[in-house]
Design a binder for this molecule. Structure first.
Ligand code: FAD
Length: 472
């Protein structure tokens, strides 16, 4: 007899584990099948958490290196980073958080079934972990199998010298030189980490600007900042070949002007995106409609097969642009769990998803970029305010960057907020709430921002959108 549950979740990443806890809270009997030895998926083990832990180490090193500025007497020129200690601290944080998810499963009576899941049809799931066991879902199966790093044709990832973020996060040494293919969030975060640790960093981006999904003004500011601190940026450029040896990688780059450049680096990090994980799932076997390898879903995350939903990095709505973000997968997980439990749920608005890129300087953005707003036919009005004018930014010694607001000139609707600079990944929460509450730019102007804070730049950028910034 198969083990029966109301809901079976496949994958315990930020999509799957959150869906499972919410379903259990709503009184459903839930099992989660996870093949890794720990819970939490990409975010906890190879993504959000370990990368941001490394960024905090990079920031600590920066404070020591700038000690003279702070009036602290140490020999800053002798400051180095101890990678063994860095990994020890990072692994402790990751271990604590994955154990935390285990605790939450116990608290909510969610069963963790260890092993690899295969869909068998009719609500059935086979799980193999040495031995095979058979489960059956009375209500729904939620597929949350996530994503893994994706390479590019012609560049062979050997995971020793030509690596992905999965290996970069565990590098035992600080590379003398590293080239990074791709300047999305993963690429520019690792560029910031390794540059601060002491590596010579080169970024190669195929598109004409860094962080191509961001507002163009943000891309330009990041490139200016990276170049100022010595990170080489090739945009509109292509890695044409990469040959790995025991000691390093010979990389050929075709620059934007068509000229070929040779780079000798210790590592090439391929950060060109992530693809869906469905290997061994038998998704097509049970009739799931797929699109470029992703599982196709509707706005309520139903797949083409009744009784099977899918969420997170593994899904597509059939058009480009489903964000592969931890908080998106969790929001989808909660929505699906509530739908299965019979709650009244509304589709998520993907224009209100905040994006955070934890490079140095940080980027926070939500809503439409200036270009997207124009493409959608808005009468676009923008306002920008530099952080550097603010007392708080001067005190922190972090004067780079700005807040840019995109509004509609006719209705005054707030359409988007884009920022680069210290604390942008925190400040974006205010902008997200404002968009969610369908705020106007005027309402942001009349929102009182505490002084002295970095958040004052949001109020000032709103004033600037109406042509009247106070401190500029
Ligand atoms: C370097 C890096 C940094 C990132 N930083 C951020 C960030 O700062 N903020 C942010 O929002 N996002 C970030 N992300 C993205 C974020 O990690 C993902 O969007 C998120 O983890 C997706 O969650 P998920 O639940 O869809 O899938 P995953 O987290 O990938 O989880 C899927 C799980 O399913 C399991 N699984 C797969 N197939 C099976 C099977 N057949 N049987 C059993 N188990 C299976 C896997 O083992 C895995 O645990 C980052 C990603 C990377 C790589």
């Amino acid at each position: 007899m198969p083990n029966e549950y109301d809901v079976i979740v496949i994958g315990a990443g930020t999509g799957g584990y959150v869906a499972a806890i919410r379903a259990a809270q709503l009184g459903l009997k839930v099992a989660v099948v996870e093949k890794q030895k720990a819970l939490g998926g990409t975010c906890l083990m190879w993504g959000c958490i370990p990368t941001k832990a490394l960024l905090e180490h990079a920031h600590a090193l920066k404070v020591v290196q700038d000690s003279k500025e702070w009036g602290i007497t140490v020999d800053a020129s002798a400051a180095t980073i101890d990678m063994a200690r860095v990994h020890e601290r990072k692994d402790k944080i990751v271990g604590g958080l994955t154990k935390g998810v285990e605790f939450l499963f116990k608290k909510n009576k969610v069963d963790w079934i260890k092993g690899t899941a295969t869909l068998t049809g009719g609500g059935g799931v086979d799980v193999v972990d040495g031995e095979k066991q058979t489960l059956r879902a009375r209500n729904e199966i939620i597929v949350a199998t996530g994503s893994s790093p994706r390479g590019v044709p012609g560049i062979e990832i050997d995971r020793r010298r030509i690596i992905t973020s999965d290996e970069a996060i565990h590098l035992k040494e600080v590379p003398k030189a590293i080239a990074i293919m791709g300047s999305g969030a993963v690429g520019v975060e690792f560029a910031s980490i390794f540059h601060r640790f002491g590596s010579q960093v080169t970024i190669v981006e195929l598109l004409p600007r860094l962080v191509p999904v961001e507002d163009e003004a943000v891309s330009a500011e990041l490139e200016k900042s990276f170049k100022k601190r010595g990170i080489a940026c090739y945009t509109g450029a292509k890695v044409t070949s990469a040959k790995a040896s025991a000691k390093g990688v010979d990389v050929q780059v075709q620059a934007a002007d068509g000229m070929s450049q040779s780079l000798k680096v210790d590592y090439l990090l391929v950060a060109t995106g992530r693809g869906p994980v469905t290997a061994g799932l038998n998704a097509e076997g049970v009739g799931l409609q797929m699109d470029r390898g992703y599982i196709k879903v509707d706005a309520m995350y139903r797949t083409s097969v009744p009784g099977i939903s899918a969420i997170g990095d593994v899904i597509t709505f059939g058009k480009p642009g489903h964000p592969q973000l931890a908080h998106v997968s969790s929001a989808e997980g909660i929505l699906v769990a509530e739908r299965i439990a019979g709650r009244d749920v509304r589709p998520l608005n993907y224009d209100h998803v905040p994006g955070c890129t934890y490079c140095d300087p940080e980027i926070g953005s939500v809503g439409l970029t200036e270009r997207e707003a124009k493409e959608r036919g808005h009468d676009v009005r923008v306002g920008t305010f530099p952080f550097g004018v603010l007392g708080r930014a001067k005190m922190a010694g972090e004067t780079e960057g700005f807040v840019k607001i995109v509004g509609d000139g006719k209705t005054d609707a707030l359409l988007g907020v884009h920022m680069i600079g210290k604390s942008s990944t925190e400040l974006v929460a205010e902008a997200t709430a404002a968009l969610r509450l369908e705020s106007t730019v005027q309402e942001l102007i009349t929102t009182i921002h505490a002084h002295p804070t970095m958040a004052e730049a949001i109020g000032e950028a709103a004033h600037a959108t109406h042509g009247a910034a106070i401190h500029m």
